[in-house]
Write a protein that binds this ligand. Structure first.
Ligand code: WTA
Length: 631
């Protein structure tokens, strides 16, 4: 297709049809038929999916619900690791590759289902020996290595609830998560390696668990030579820990509704909240999306570039792909180190067929220039995915043309930590509209509505909601039932996602951004209040207000407005100090890219900061209703 023709497609009709050859071989032949099958009988639909998996005991009922609570596969019993490992090992896939892992230096590891099975079983036995029992919480603070995946699965094997903390979070952020979960154990590594540098992790754990009595043991994967010292009786080397363990661990029989993991995510208020997912529904939901959204076949090579520290890694590196028996590529480190060819080289080397990444990465590569991907053979690719934030049509088109060579459909997948699995996209044969995520996947009833829950007119902005329970939905917020219930109470009888969206006449949903005080920086959710409270904990800061500002690569960047305490003067040095302070409090991803010192902040009469006014002023837009402004 010529450049001109593509541009026309993009701006005039904005519809691109997937290649016929793709549609012909797709797992789901017709979106409409599949969706109708679901609508005709949701419970039969989901039961059919669940039947493909192993259960110790089948369900009495597929779904039991009374909003805001729902139970899926009631009274069924299973263990997700039996589906992710034992099932494949027993069905002739013992030697199938589960993971090709690489670091930035090109060191590689090939891990088969058989060897992953053994590692997970040994670790599971070691966890048991260390006194970890079903329901206990284990925090995993590790880089993207096989042992990280194994640690998650080992917890799941024995019914312990893992809470993975992204290795970019700093001491207080990690401490909050360990404390809130009352974790008994932390599994970590000496370092994570990024841009050729070793970044210490264990030191952060040491500080984070100081005086935290719940933590009985710290298991440390030691990668560097000479090895880092272990301190005291709490700490043990990862491989020493599993050394003498038997290579089979009887899986814990889990009720479908037993918790599988918790994962913290930012909201509009205060501290991040622990979203809890359970076993049966999450397993069925993520498995179904592997087959439909990602059209996974037995010989595919799947690469999701996320980190298991985020939900995308949980669902599309660990649980979804392994339950579906996929072969995957994972790569520790930065996408553009040692150079901008790294990812494309890996696609060529491993023959990746399905590639799933974030718009922020696409935009970064777009800037670096197409000469990088053009150096490599990307012809193995057959499907591309995007997640985490809206993808702008320009980036979409670049991805489609330069990476997919106009022969790979793009699935722009909308979903959330809370939804567990992909909710909206263009599955299989659906025509694509660059910039619009698409339609609810079969199994999901989503809509765009006003505050009262009435559907809005086509192309008019409204709130994105889900109107019927789905298997991989979160079940609770740790120790915070009000917060959980608020998701279902904001708009009557709907799950309120917190996003603003439009729906066009064809039913395509376009996500515009968050409706709440959450900023999406490079696809990561950051609460304005979190950054503000980090800032005001600095001795020079009296008050702080934080907004998200459009950024050409990150999607949004953080801008902070600061009122200084008397006796402190604005300076470049202070700006650097404040940035460093946020890095230490929260982590690099929450550092404001801009800081402005002000004398006053717009507030309501009740003293709440009106971020929307700051934002409008910053962007030169109409601030809207100012009647509540204090002066
Ligand atoms: C945003 C990540 C537009 C959205 C899986 C959502 C998206 C939040 C998309 C969830 C997309 C995610 N298009 N926006 N395809 N995917 N978002 O919990 O604002 O880290 O509410 O889950 O990211 O972020 P979370």
């Amino acid at each position: 297709m010529s450049e001109e023709k593509l541009q026309n497609l993009l701006h005039v009709s904005t519809v691109i049809n997937p290649p016929e050859s793709f549609v012909k071989n797709a797992n789901v032949k017709s979106y409409e038929e599949e969706y109708k099958k679901f609508l005709d009988n949701p419970e039969v639909f989901w039961a059919e999916v669940a039947e493909e998996l192993f259960w110790y005991r089948k369900w009495d009922k597929v779904l039991e619900w009374e909003l805001p609570y729902a139970k899926w596969f009631v009274n069924a019993q299973t263990n997700i690791t039996v589906n992710a490992l034992d099932r494949h090992v027993k069905n002739g896939k013992k030697n199938k590759v589960a993971f090709f892992w690489e670091d930035e230096f090109g060191n590689e590891k090939v891990v088969t289902y058989g060897s992953l099975y053994t590692l997970v079983n040994k670790l599971a036995n070691a966890l048991k020996r260390a006194g970890i029992k079903k329901g206990d919480r284990v925090v995993i603070y590790m880089p993207l290595v096989i042992e990280q995946v194994a640690a998650m699965l080992a917890c799941a094997r024995i019914g312990a609830v893992h809470s993975v903390v992204y290795a970019g979070f700093s001491v207080p952020a990690l401490r909050h998560r360990i404390e809130d979960a009352e974790a008994k154990m932390v599994i970590t590594a000496d370092v994570t390696i990024r841009r050729g540098r070793a970044i210490p992790l264990k030191q952060i754990v040491d500080e984070a668990i100081r005086d935290l009595e719940t933590v009985e043991k710290v298991v440390v994967l030691r990668r560097l030579k000479p090895r880092v010292d272990l301190i005291g009786e709490k700490e043990i080397d990862f491989y020493k820990f599993i050394e003498n363990e038997p290579s089979y661990c009887e899986p814990e029989v889990m009720d479908s509704e037993d918790p599988l993991f918790m994962l913290y995510t930012s909201g509009s208020t205060g501290k991040p909240k622990g979203v809890i997912h359970t076993t049966g529904g999450y397993m069925v939901g993520t498995y179904y999306s592997m087959k439909t959204v990602f059209d996974l076949k037995d010989d595919d090579i799947f690469w999701c570039t996320a980190d298991p520290g985020w939900i995308t890694g949980h669902s599309y590196i660990v649980y979804g792909p392994l339950v579906a028996g996929a072969t995957q590529v994972i790569a520790e480190g930065a996408p553009n180190y040692p150079d901008f060819g790294r990812w494309w080289k890996l696609i060529e080397k491993y023959g990746v067929t399905i590639f799933y990444t974030a718009p922020t990465a696409i935009r970064m590569f777009m800037r670096a220039g197409e000469e990088w991907p053009n150096k490599y053979d990307l012809s193995s690719l057959r499907l591309l995915g995007s997640v985490g934030e809206p993808i702008n049509p320009e980036a979409w088109l670049w991805y489609y043309k330069i990476i997919g060579k106009e022969k790979c459909p793009i699935v722009d997948t909308w979903w959330q930590t809370e939804t567990g699995a992909v909710m909206i996209t263009t599955i299989d044969g659906l025509p694509m509209k660059p910039g619009k995520a698409g339609k609810p996947v079969p199994g999901v009833i989503a809509d765009v509505v006003d505050k009262e829950g009435n559907p809005v007119e086509a192309d008019k902005g409204g709130f994105l909601v889900v109107k019927y329970p789905w298997p991989s939905m979160m079940r609770r917020i740790h120790k915070n039932p009000e917060k959980y219930e608020s998701y279902w109470k904001t708009i009557p009888n709907c799950y309120f996602a917190g996003d603003v969206a439009t729906k066009d006449a064809d039913g395509y949903i376009m996500i515009l951004g968050r409706a709440d005080d959450v900023i999406n920086v490079s696809g990561h959710r950051i609460g304005t209040m979190e950054v503000e409270s980090a800032l005001v904990s600095h001795p020079a800061v009296a008050e702080a207000a934080v907004i998200g500002k459009p950024d050409p690569v990150k999607g949004e960047a953080i801008k902070a407005f600061i009122i200084l305490k008397s006796g402190h003067e604005p300076s470049d040095k202070l700006i650097e100090d404040l940035k460093y302070h946020v890095r230490m409090e929260l982590g690099a991803l929450a550092v404001p890219s801009e800081i402005e010192f002000v004398d006053k902040l717009p507030k309501t009469r009740s003293g709440k900061i009106m971020r929307r006014v700051l934002k409008a002023k910053e962007l030169g837009m109409d601030p809207g209703d100012l009647s509540t402004l204090e002066d």
